[in-house]
Design a protein around this ligand. Structure first.
Ligand SMILES: [Zn+2]
Length: 252
């Protein structure tokens, strides 16, 4: 993301009430896939069952409880969802907010109130607002839009927006970064299973060049890149995602 600090009028946000709704599955309504998973007597068979440090197998429903996922949707037809573009997700794009003054709930509020504007231009932002699918902090993950719709978080009219689910990690002051990271890894693993997305398609924002920007590849999520590029920190994050994915697919 572009730094949101400049876009969030903090003095206003401090006065606003936070009204997230504690709802389980993403989408704001019962997810039939998740309901089937919860009832299933055994996990999805895995060709490579591996017990992990995190404690062997886990159901998708149980992993979501660990994620502490809420939905707080931007209403359809408003701001970032003013134009609804269908999407079948093939990638998961990981960002971090570069904003030390707001956690997930304030970002949800800003998205719902149209506070995150971006200049609309041909080949650039398509709707005049920023929007992504999930924001994660050290206590909660919040969904802002259905995963069946395109966001505006990666590369304007490029494949990052057209085919990827956007996940923002918060960097608010006092945040437990390791807790945020692990919650993000769990959510990522759940979405991989839910949408049949392989680990190689879990990418940093850096992965998507932005037409007309210099440099085209953004240093995002900067806390998981080495010298502005994917390296050891990014690989460690992928291993963490994979460990949770293996919990989901291990025999139960
Ligand atoms: Zn980003």
């Amino acid at each position: 993301m572009k730094s949101i600090c400049r876009l969030l009028p903090l003095c206003v946000l401090c006065l606003l009430s936070l009204d997230c709704q504690p709802i389980g599955p993403p989408g704001g309504k019962p997810d039939p896939w998740l309901q089937r998973q919860a009832k299933a007597p055994a996990g999805v068979p895995s060709r490579t069952p591996v017990a992990t440090k995190q404690g062997g197998s886990v159901s998708a429903a149980a992993l979501l409880r660990e994620v502490h996922l809420k939905t707080d949707m931007v209403p359809r037809g408003t701001y970032g969802r003013k134009v609804v573009r269908p999407m079948t997700p093939r990638y998961l794009t990981i960002h971090s907010t570069e904003n030390q003054s707001a956690g997930a709930e304030r970002h949800a509020l800003a998205l719902k109130r149209g506070a995150l504007r971006s200049a609309k231009r041909p080949g650039g932002n398509r709707i005049g607002y920023l929007i992504w699918h999930f924001t994660v902090d050290d206590g909660v993950a919040i969904q802002h839009m259905p995963t069946s719709e395109q966001g505006e978080h990666a590369d304007f009219d490029g494949p990052g927006n057209r085919y990827s689910i956007g996940i923002e990690m918060c960097e608010q002051r006092g945040n437990n970064w390791q807790a945020t990271l692990d919650r993000t890894a769990k959510l990522t693993a759940y979405l991989m299973l839910r949408h049949h997305i392989p680990l190689r398609n879990v990418v940093p924002h850096y992965h998507w060049p932005r037409h007309g920007k210099h440099p085209p590849n953004k240093n995002c999520p900067h806390l998981l890149l080495d010298h502005g590029r994917p390296g050891a920190k990014w690989q460690a994050f992928l291993r963490r995602v994979n460990s949770h994915y293996r919990r989901l697919t291990a025999p139960r």
